[in-house]
Design a protein around this ligand. Structure first.
Ligand code: SF4
Length: 433
């Protein structure tokens, strides 16, 4: 792993006059290049006659952003201070979900969810939560040690937060839970979640009660789409929550709506226990096999996800797939074409309702979280730059290239499904929708 002290010492040795801010910018660039190219620091920027800060920065930017340096606006390069803290490294030791402390809000002590938690985790310490006392770990990696079962009072239903300037798809969300037991290196929760625990609401009926009276966006789809899974995986805790037992019958009676579970898990027992419904879509986040293995820690493989998809399709549900995030790593065309073919070979084509595609994008704050939790990651090695909506994205040309080749490919494989691009500028892909 590249060492920050080593970079600073080297920089001082070749550019002794640098002020602190200039030193930070160059350190950041040296770090990112050395990590990406597996180079010793001394080879990233070699000493040379009359080397100035401006010259050094230009050399380093050219190396770090070889395809976009000459065209990108200068303020698109994001060079935050390098702050690497080994204590934040993610714990990738395999473990099962078995919370040590379970807090239950006083008002839902007798709920079915609280009763199930007592039965499933008899070894845990149970506490009554008054809504005020502090819960959770100081360390995000220890979030599954704490489970909080609460009564949601405010956050029931909302439009999917597509950032400004993006082409929306009219998605609507109910947030059944916060926190996840998987460890995807790109997960925005590692930077967004400030209560390091798993939060599960015990009052699902209150969420459902809001639906009949709500007005929804429909977007370009034939029916309103409502989903869950913004702040958690929709099914990963279903054995405990059994939300599927309330959601499926509720939506089956409302064929004018479509509901989507979004998951990477294979926790489908709750779905298989009951008859499927045409307007209930089980949406799997999918990716290239090697990407899943190296980046989405603790998640089932593509083959396992597709086996689960096959079973729920047989049970009468429809399917959704989300190639998100797509990362154009070396040989990405081949890897993603293989994954798409595996999908087409595994599930009944006419059961696929929609497929979305979205390239990796993230907030600038997430960048530091990822490099601290996964110091050996390669997902940040791409040429990410600050874009129109304040997010870090690949250069537009590359995004366009990926969408224009992969979206038509998926449309050919799944002619009946709606294939669309997620969270992008309206004009980035002529073939979306
Ligand atoms: S499955 Fe989703 S919520 Fe869970 S860690 Fe991965 S990205 Fe985050």
């Amino acid at each position: 792993m590249v060492n920050v002290k080593e970079i600073t010492a080297y920089l001082i040795s070749i550019l002794p006059e640098l002020g602190i801010n200039k030193q930070r910018e160059l350190s950041r660039l040296i770090y990112e290049i050395a990590k990406r190219d597996h180079l010793p620091v001394t080879e990233v920027l070699q000493p040379q006659k009359n080397l100035s800060f401006e010259r050094a920065k230009k050399i380093l930017l050219q190396k770090r952003y070889p395809s976009s340096f000459s065209t990108a606006p200068k303020n698109a390069f994001y060079l935050p201070k390098l702050e690497l803290d080994p204590a934040q490294r993610a714990d990738l030791t395999p473990h099962t979900f078995s919370p040590k402390d379970i807090y239950i809000e006083s008002s839902v002590q007798d709920s079915a969810l609280a009763r199930r938690a007592r039965k499933m985790f008899p070894q845990a310490y149970f506490h009554t939560w008054d809504g005020k006392q502090k819960v959770g770990s100081v360390n995000f990696s220890r979030r599954t040690d704490t489970l909080l079962i609460h009564q949601e009072k405010y956050d029931f239903l909302k439009p999917c937060p597509c950032s400004q300037g993006n082409a929306g798809c009219g998605y609507n969300l109910i947030n059944l839970g916060f926190g996840c037991r998987f460890e995807c290196e790109y997960c925005f929760l590692q930077q967004y979640q400030n209560l390091h625990a798993i939060l599960l609401p015990a009052n699902v009926q209150d969420f459902l009660d809001k639906i009949d009276e709500a007005s929804f966006r429909k977007g370009p789809f034939d029916r309103v789409r409502i989903g869950s899974g913004e702040f958690t995986d929709s099914l990963v805790f279903d054995e405990l929550t059994q939300y599927s037992q309330d959601l499926v019958p509720f939506f089956r009676q409302r064929p004018h709506l479509q509901f989507e579970f979004k998951t990477k898990s294979t926790c489908i027992e709750g779905l298989l226990k009951q008859e499927g419904a045409e307007n209930v879509v089980v949406g799997w986040s999918v990716n290239a096999t090697e990407f899943i293995r190296e980046v989405e820690h603790f998640t089932p493989s593509l083959t396992q996800r597709l086996e689960a998809a096959q079973k729920v399709a047989q049970a009468g549900y429809r399917l959704g797939f989300h190639f998100d995030p797509v990362v154009p790593f070396k040989d990405w065309q081949k890897a993603y074409a293989l994954a798409a073919q595996q999908l087409a070979d595994s599930v009944p084509n006419d059961k696929v309702a929609w497929i979305s595609v979205g390239l990796l994008r993230f907030s600038r704050e997430l960048k530091k979280a990822v490099e601290n939790r996964f110091p050996e990651n390669w997902i940040l090695d791409g040429e990410f730059m600050l874009e129109f909506d304040g997010k870090m994205r690949y250069p537009e040309k590359l995004r366009q290239e990926v969408y224009e080749s992969f979206v038509p490919h998926l449309k050919k494989l799944f002619p009946k499904a709606v294939v669309y691009v997620c969270m992008e500028k309206p004009k980035i892909c002529s073939c979306s929708f």
